[in-house]
Design a protein around this ligand. Structure first.
Ligand code: ZN
Length: 342
């Protein structure tokens, strides 16, 4: 992480068809039992190889071992009934999902991702990032029959997330990132309990902490929602000053083909800014020059030592060859800007 304008990914990469059904969220696994476990490890090796070939500095496991970025963490906690799924509207009814139900006190009786994190750490010499869902986004992706209060439930998750994140840091993970797409849906609640719960989750970690706040994957429901937001997405105007005051080290957001006014990045003074320079909502491969141009626009508002090149969002629902080509463009675009700044 020592070179100027390092690069990283928001988190997920597409899964190979031999691991899970391609181009969909919550995709069913293509294998079972020991073969599934072996396939997951092979898919992580492949995800790392692709990122290394693209010269990405801070790599992830591409979330190859999880079916979904929220439910993958919840599966091993107690207090949640996965057999009791309810179809609910999530992200303020932007789309519906079959969500498990909170039926008792949330507890983490054993580590969740430790084994996967150890494998990731051992499989690459590069700096590694591990992603966890943020408390507010977890609360927004569940049915609740026990707590009856979203803030209380968020703090229950913040406790278990903190224990998990501490274990990840101790394993040697360099960046723990919390994904909070719910942060620009419930603007008042972010200030009231969303950010305090996130800070609790990230408290006292021996590694860098990041938050990914975003307008969602490139799926139709999100594209339709973005079309209603007008020509100027100012949601972050309220969130960024709060994040700037927080103890979170890094903020990840979408800037490629995004209507977020770029000057809003100036509200994140003191933070590393992961500038999304790869659009995950279309199949057109960016050129390295386009990637560099997006990063350069951000440089007017973010000091160069705080700039990190990134993808807009997770790439899970994309076609593999498209996602891989976009990663190559990301690495090449960051290199282009680095040469310019040298
Ligand atoms: Zn995202």
């Amino acid at each position: 992480m020592s070179r100027l304008v390092p690069s990283t990914v928001a988190g997920s990469l597409p899964k190979p068809a031999w691991l899970a059904r391609p181009e969909m969220l919550w995709a069913p696994w293509a294998q079972t039992g020991a073969l599934l476990e072996e396939s997951k490890r092979d898919a992580v090796r492949l995800a790392l190889q692709v990122q290394e070939r693209a010269d990405i500095d801070i790599v992830s496991d591409g979330e190859q071992t999880r079916q979904h970025f929220v439910h993958g963490f919840l599966e091993r906690l107690t207090g949640i009934d996965f057999a009791k799924k309810r179809r609910i509207g999530i992200r303020a009814d932007r789309y519906e999902a079959d969500c498990p139900t909170v039926v008792g006190p949330i507890a983490r009786t054993a580590g969740v991702h430790g084994e996967e994190a150890r494998f990731l750490r051992s499989a690459t010499a590069r700096a590694v990032k591990f992603t966890l869902p943020g408390p507010m986004t977890i609360v927004d992706t569940l049915a609740d029959e026990h707590y009856g209060d979203r803030a209380k439930l968020a703090f229950a998750f913040a406790e278990v997330l903190n224990a998990e994140a501490r274990e990840l840091a101790a394993i040697g993970i360099d960046v723990v990132q919390f994904d909070e797409p719910a942060f620009n849906v419930y603007m008042d609640a972010v200030a009231d309990w969303g950010l305090p719960a996130l800070e609790r989750a990230a408290q006292g970690l021996g590694c860098k902490t990041a938050v990914h706040i975003c307008y969602g994957y490139g799926i139709k429901a999100n594209l339709d929602w973005k079309a209603t937001l007008g020509g100027d997405w100012r949601q972050y105007e309220r969130t960024f000053p709060l994040l700037a005051k927080s103890k979170i080290d890094q903020v990840s957001l979408e800037c490629a083909n995004s209507k977020v006014p770029i000057e809003l990045l100036g509200l994140l003074a003191g933070k590393d800014v992961l500038v999304g320079a790869i659009d995950v909502a279309n199949d057109r491969i960016e050129t390295p020059e386009e990637v560099a141009a997006t990063l350069r626009r951000a440089l007017a508002h973010v000091p160069k030592r705080h700039l990190i090149a990134c993808t807009n969002c997770g790439m899970a629902p994309m076609k593999r060859e498209i996602a891989y080509a976009k990663l190559m463009a990301l690495g090449a675009g960051a290199a282009l800007l680095r040469r310019e700044l040298a």
